[in-house]
Unconditional design. Structure first.
Ligand code: NIG
Length: 385
């Protein structure tokens, strides 16, 4: 069935060949058929054939944007850690150690309990405009539990990332190298049928730069994409290492040296900023302006997890990126859609142009600036995908 969205007050396509640099058009229309965009243009120029044959939806002058692409989440978890959050707000620092609490709760949950929890989170995200989501493992940390999380997460998305190297689990404390061997060997074998990427938390209290390099290499050797949690809690040589190894996405990047920015400028990696974690851990926000001005591709994601960022709202992340990280509303929306798609290695989503997936969100607002201008509101009126 062909659907024609008419009377769109502002259409954000992310296609610089239509409209401005972000492909923003006024008084537009968009047609899609069988999940694919088939026509985009001015409402006054809709082809006659389309008007006669399509189901017509009157957008009433509101704004239409591509569906959000949330390229960094940890949705496969049970339990919550609100007391840790309260302690942080009272002055305690965030440390990697809290992950163990969620590992215990997640291991104790049944498969069906996990399915219900993940399903509810995805439902919550979709209601807020997210049409593609990545899910990491990382709260299992045994071969059996990491395989289970990867398998269950795969029921919900094609973008499952193996994060067996989230922290060294209690059973291996003092024996981190043996755990890295397990991650690169038996654990990777077990999750491989379900995952498309490998990730590692490279930070004090988690994995060293050299351990992280081994882990990323093991995944790349298996044909997976590489990702890294780098520069979340402090500077290190992790960014340089990740670029040398050819990762697709460098995530967090709250702490970057000038040298890191120089290397990122010439590298291919997307930098995925996660302001929800900086908000919830009372950290400084990353310097998005410096990255953008250096020409680095930036993505925005929620990092939804119970420890450092318990939000599923991309709009909230856009508002923080605009208010706290000096991104323009257009840059922030691009990062939450096209940027997320780049971070997942996808070129068929994140854009509303002919031939791309029809992942479409209608906002109850006249333009996309309202995403940051009205923080805390869910402005999503309709989602097609
Ligand atoms: O991206 N940094 C590592 N992983 C998550 C936090 C996980 C947790 O604290 O449970 C993050 O912030």
């Amino acid at each position: 069935m062909t659907t024609l969205l008419r009377n769109i007050g502002e259409l954000v396509t992310n296609d610089p060949t239509s409209g401005d640099r972000y492909g923003i058009m006024r008084d537009a229309a968009l047609e899609f058929d069988d999940g694919v965009v088939t026509w985009v243009g001015l409402d006054s120029e809709v082809p006659r054939r389309t008007v006669d044959e399509a189901e017509i939806v009157d957008i009433g002058g509101r704004c239409v944007i591509p569906g959000f692409v949330d390229s960094h989440t940890h949705l496969a978890f049970a339990g919550e850690r609100s007391l840790e959050f309260a302690a942080r707000m009272a002055g305690k620092p965030y440390t990697a150690g809290g992950i163990a609490t969620t590992v215990a709760a997640t291991r104790a949950a049944t498969d069906d309990e996990l399915r219900t929890l993940i399903g509810a989170r995805i439902h919550e995200m979709r209601a807020q405009g997210t049409t593609t989501v990545e899910i990491k493992t990382g709260y299992g940390l045994t071969v059996e539990h990491e395989e289970r999380l990867a398998r269950i997460a795969r029921e919900f998305t094609e973008h499952v990332t193996f994060l067996g190297a989230h922290v060294v689990p209690a059973e291996y404390v003092g024996n981190a190298e043996d755990y890295v061997d397990l991650v690169c060997g038996e654990m990777l074998d077990a999750v491989a049928p379900f995952v498309t990427a490998i990730d590692v938390f490279c930070e004090d209290g988690a994995f060293t730069v050299e351990q992280s390099r081994r882990i990323i290499r093991a995944g790349l050797d298996r044909g997976l994409d590489g990702r890294i949690h780098a520069g979340q809690l402090g500077e290190s040589t992790s960014v340089q290492m990740a670029l040398e190894e050819g990762v697709l996405s460098i995530d967090h990047a709250t702490y970057l040296s000038l040298g890191d920015i120089d290397e990122l400028r010439t590298g291919d990696a997307v930098v995925t900023l996660l302001p929800g974690s900086d908000f919830s851990t009372r950290q400084p926000y990353p310097d998005a302006r410096r990255l953008l001005d250096a020409g680095v591709h930036v993505a925005l994601a929620t990092n939804c997890n119970p420890g450092s960022s318990y939000t599923s709202s991309m709009a909230f992340c856009i508002a923080m990126a605009v208010r706290e990280m000096r991104m323009t509303p257009s840059e922030a929306l691009w990062a939450a859609t096209a940027g997320g798609a780049m971070a997942l290695g996808r070129d068929d989503i994140g854009f509303l142009e002919v031939g791309k997936r029809a992942h479409i969100v209608e906002l109850d607002a006249p333009n996309h600036v309202h995403l940051a201008y009205r923080p805390g509101e869910n402005l999503v009126r309709n989602v097609w995908s």
